[in-house]
Design a protein around this ligand. Structure first.
Ligand SMILES: *Cc1c(COP(=O)(O)O)cnc(C)c1O
Length: 540
């Protein structure tokens, strides 16, 4: 492979922008973007190569001594990286929350890197700071719907914050619970506050044994990380098990009352608006009542489902979210912006001050530097991607996208219900659903004994795992899989296909094809054939 000079002169060329359209750098850029477009128009995985084979291209642990020509490196990236990426733009990639993006996001990405602003501080971001604050304000309004005067007072106030822009739902959940913790154990006349003196002193001061968080068993694992880093401990994440996949307010009230009576404090109740596995939404309005009764913080993890608020048709599903103290929304999920954009929103603009941090050379008191109340330090201008999407798509555009996704999920549910070889396991509440293959001849399962059902389910679990892998490897389409406690099997855990219908370009025919592919793979599978003989005769 040809190597470039090790000279400052060569490095200067690498740093400078292309002089004209015919320059080498400009050509490389066109070549790369042409290839990305080409890649995006193909299958889910362009090449059928195992991860182990791909690892062979990434084996050396040595930093190369010699610089490489950018053009040479570009070819290498196309060959080794781009061609083995996952095409999340494909209409038949319906397994995850990462999906196709509007094409203008590519231009915004270029702008972001071109300007390379750092939002930690006004001095390195200038107009990006008010843009981010406005974006947070628009999202705050979407959730809390405060009045004109409220936003007039707080949107750009140096002493307040309507939210924290961050890299995703995980950081947003941590940020929200961090604020909740510091408020609950904040400074008072005779106590310096947990941020200064730490948890041990805070527990002593308040004479409590533990801090606990209540959420459903379907809480995202980022909540586990949050209680871990906040020093609360995973054992104090009190998970309520509910058979209908939603958090029961009665159980929360009972558990919370008990927990408090045992000398503990409740940090928060977390309601989920769109569980990661099935898209279920907890009864937020009733949970808000319970939080009030227990005197605790109410956080809503709407990382996935928050965008439903754009839809006048469906926003009622999230009723009660406006009563929460904080909300997590991931823009990189149903808001169709690139990965790396999440938000924690605070109902009360004073609350974020519980984590405000000052430093002499940076984040001076009274400045509008966003870094003073965010967990992350240096951050890029990702809020631009949200700002532009909110303008280019508009509230009505988002409504169309959300409605389309939910109606497609309902269409898919109908296709599954009508198909003799499938069983719909969870109905779509939002645009997520789960289902599995269940050969038609097993419809007699209703008459099978509990132990027979268990045996059959265990065979079907293996079948689902195997078909999901085969389909993924074939590379034409992708659905994911998970294990859930199915209400129709008395809460027994079964393995299911999981589908997220987010891509507006996915058609009903794509869905029909995906089901047909699964049936074809299943019919050739030995478990399917065994089930049709043995199990049937066992039941009979
Ligand atoms: C995706 C998701 C998260 C985590 O968000 P990241 O952006 O992956 O960090 C948290 N909660 C829910 C409900 C989610 O769907």
């Amino acid at each position: 492979m040809s190597k470039a000079d090790v000279s400052l002169e060569h490095l200067f060329k690498v740093f400078t922008k292309p002089e004209n359209d015919d320059s080498t750098l400009a050509k490389i850029e066109r070549h790369l973007s042409d290839n990305v477009s080409d890649f995006l128009s193909r299958h889910v995985v362009a090449k059928k190569t195992s991860l182990e084979e791909i690892e062979q291209d990434f084996m050396s642990h040595l930093v190369p001594d010699q610089p490489e020509f950018v053009s040479t490196h570009a070819e290498l990236l196309l060959e080794k990286l781009v061609s083995h990426s996952v095409n999340t733009y494909s209409p038949t990639f319906i397994g995850h929350m990462t999906s196709a993006l509007p094409y203008f996001q590519l231009s915004l990405a270029k702008l972001l890197v071109g300007l390379n602003q750092n939002l930690v501080k006004i001095e390195t971001s200038k107009a990006f700071t008010p843009l981010e604050r406005q974006t947070l304000g628009m999202m705050h309004n979407l959730v809390y719907n405060c009045d004109e005067a409220f936003y007039g007072e707080y949107l750009h106030s140096a002493k307040h914050s309507l939210g924290a822009f961050c890299s995703g739902g995980t950081i947003a959940n941590i940020t929200a619970l961090w604020v909740a913790r510091n408020k609950l154990l904040g400074p008072s006349r005779d106590f310096a506050g947990v941020a200064k003196v730490g948890l041990m002193a805070a527990y002593k001061h308040h004479s409590i044994n533990n801090l606990g968080l209540i959420c459903s068993k379907r809480g995202h694992y980022s909540l586990g990380k949050a209680v871990d880093v906040l020093g609360i401990g995973r054992n104090n994440m009190l998970k309520v098990d509910n058979s209908d996949l939603r958090l029961s307010p009665e159980s929360v009230l009972k558990l919370g009352t008990q927990y408090q009576a045992q000398g503990n404090k409740l940090l928060a109740i977390v309601g989920i608006a769109g569980t990661t596995e099935t898209g279920h939404v907890d009864p937020l309005d009733e949970l808000a009542d319970v939080a009030k009764e227990l005197g605790t913080w109410f956080h809503v993890d709407a990382a996935w489902g928050g965008a439903t608020l754009f839809s006048n048709t469906h926003k009622h599903i999230l009723k009660g979210i406006e009563r929460s103290d904080s909300v997590t929304i991931d823009a990189h999920k149903q808001m169709y912006v690139p990965v790396g954009a999440g938000m924690a929103l605070f109902k009360n603009p004073h609350d974020a001050n519980a984590v405000r941090h000052h430093a002499q050379y940076i984040l001076r008191e009274g400045s509008k530097d966003l870094g003073a109340t965010t967990l992350e330090g240096s951050r890029n201008g990702m809020a631009l991607t949200v700002y532009s999407s909110l303008h280019i798509l508009g509230r009505n555009g988002y409504q169309l996208l959300i409605d389309k996704a939910i109606s497609l999920a309902q269409t898919f549910a109908r296709l599954i219900n009508q198909h003799k070889h499938f069983e719909l396991v969870t109905e779509p509440v939002l645009s997520l659903l789960t289902y599995r293959l269940r050969p038609a001849h097993l419809s007699a399962m209703g008459e099978a004994s509990a132990s027979q059902v268990k045996d059959i389910n265990s065979e079907l679990d293996k079948l689902t795992v195997s078909i999901q892998k085969q389909q993924r490897e074939a590379g034409k389409s992708f659905v994911s899989r998970t294990r859930i406690e199915a209400p129709q099997y008395q809460g027994a855990a079964i393995t299911v296909f999981r589908v997220v219908l987010a891509n507006p370009l996915t058609t009903e025919q794509d869905l029909v094809n995906i089901l047909n592919e699964q049936v074809a793979l299943a019919e050739a599978h030995e478990i399917w054939q065994q089930l049709s003989q043995q199990v049937l005769s066992r039941i009979a």
